[in-house]
Design a protein around this ligand. Sequence first.
Ligand code: SAM
Length: 348
Amino acid sequence: IKMKHLIDKLEREKALTKTEWITLLNGRTPDLAEYLFAKARDIRHQHYGRDIYIRGLIEFTNYCRNNCYYCGIRRGNEGLKRYRLTEEEILSCCEQGYALGFRTFVLQGGEDLYFTQEKMTHIICSMREKYPDCAITLSIGEREREEYEAYFAAGANRFLLRHETANEAHYRTLHPAELDLNHRKACLRNLKKIGYQVGSGIMVGSPGQTAEHLAEDLLFLKELNPHMIGIGPFIPQKDTPFREEKAGTLELTLFLLGLLRLMLPKVLLPSTTALSTIHPDGRKMGILAGANVVMPNLSPQENRKLYSLYDNKRSMGDEAAEGLALLKAEMESIGYRVVSARGDSLVE
Ligand code: SAM
């Protein structure tokens, strides 16, 4: 009863205190989750109907200057074969994606300084010129404000940069000392000021994560008020320091998706590849918990295995852009429809 009241309060006030968040997270049960998901679906239907937005994910480089303990493309992973797509290859991904109905292209990669500001600007300008009706999303990590400004001016519209955890001490256990949570948060605020639609988020069940940390994440996200929030389970990768750690759970990821939908009704919420990697029905369950976006892989097939953020990462079948028909059927089976719209966020 008490837990249901907290969910009712969250729905009404779109906010909870830190103590309330912790109580709710620790007190969750399967019944309570169903109660939450029904509300989350209602709210999602009010704002976004039954449409599912799709994004074509182009993993354009697996070189990275960073050494995050969880990530398979960290610079310390010396056994990994590295690749970079050329501008022509990127544009050819876009061409295939456009023909399939994609109207958002996400350029994601490690922090690879081979792609200088000049090279990136050139790529973005070419994409903008060829696809004036498409959204261009960047997910290339932490940069100077001027660089973000240049890409926005070149035609990029959106930026994905998960904060990973809002707790300083926890952040330091996931990253080497050279990475700083405050810098990451400053990047997010700069991106918003510049005018990007901004996405942040976390890995659910990352090593050492507690209910208190999650409460801090929810408070941080409330304050940031991003246009999009990407969350997925942490999944260990065999060539990282976290190889022996336990993966995050489907259950907690879904519960958090529901909470996010109630807290930020208009936010865009992807049902992530990581979710569909830990459970064959993970993507559908994410949608039924309040998510409304999926991001099929549009990278060249021969590169996909090398963008190995975590073990067994799915990139084929319904996770692949060319498998869009499968995804459409899957979404229809639960009463949703994949649409070709750009799918801009309704968050102001
Ligand atoms: N380098 C850019 C950045 O840091 O934002 C973009 C690419 S980074 C690989 C994209 C996301 O992958 C990260 O924000 C992180 O949350 C996620 N990720 C990395 N390793 C993961 C793992 N082992 N399990 C689940 N997600 C992971």
